[in-house]
Write a protein that binds this ligand. Structure first.
Ligand SMILES: [Fe+2]
Length: 189
């Protein structure tokens, strides 16, 4: 983490986050910092952070806190690349550096959030996030969504900040009403 821009962001974000145990307070406080960071992304992102992967969206680790309280990634989305339906089990902020990132939300109708079966999800809203946009989410109940880039659009690049090391999350099978935990390496998709 050589860049002073990134060092400053991480220090301020960590300080604000640890003062705010409520995730909603946390994303509220950190959203302006994320906006600022996004405007200065060329100061700390390297060519490797912009690499795409023809098989699926590419996820590049930019920073991971030693105490696992924060992690920052650059994601590169080629046209037609999407995540599965998923949640994060933590608060998060995403911002767009290039292109248009689409977010399609789902709403969990079944009341018990602890079960992995019998999950009723209905489609919710949609957001088209252009360059410079920042969006945040909180857990409990989980924020469930799909993000990606439509086939007819050009490549998108986005930044994603999470309130923990992002080494796993839940994916959902909407029609089966199930979810499963997926473990990922820091720099894997
Ligand atoms: Fe997500």
């Amino acid at each position: 983490m050589a860049s002073s821009t990134l060092q400053s962001f991480v220090a301020r974000a960590a300080a604000l986050a640890c003062q705010r145990p409520d995730p909603a307070d946390c994303v509220l406080a950190l959203a302006p910092l994320m906006l600022e960071l996004t405007e200065q992304a060329t100061a700390f992102l390297e060519p490797r952070h912009y690499r795409s992967d023809p098989a699926h969206y590419a996820r590049h680790l930019v920073y991971a806190a030693p105490d696992a309280s924060l992690s920052l990634y650059a994601l590169v989305w080629s046209p037609g690349q999407w995540t599965p339906v998923h949640d994060h089990c933590c608060w998060g902020l995403m911002s767009v550096l290039e292109g248009v990132l689409e977010e399609r939300s789902y709403v969990r109708m079944s009341p018990d959030c602890r079960t992995d079966e019998g999950i009723q999800l209905v489609r919710g809203g949609v957001a088209l996030l252009q360059r410079g946009a920042v969006a945040g989410f909180v857990p409990n109940p989980e924020h469930i969504h799909v993000t990606g880039v439509s086939q007819e659009r050009s490549r998108a690049v986005s930044l994603h900040l999470y309130g923990r090391t992002m080494n796993g999350f839940n994916t959902y099978d909407v029609s089966a009403g199930t979810r499963q935990h997926v473990s990922v390496e820091h720099n894997d998709s």
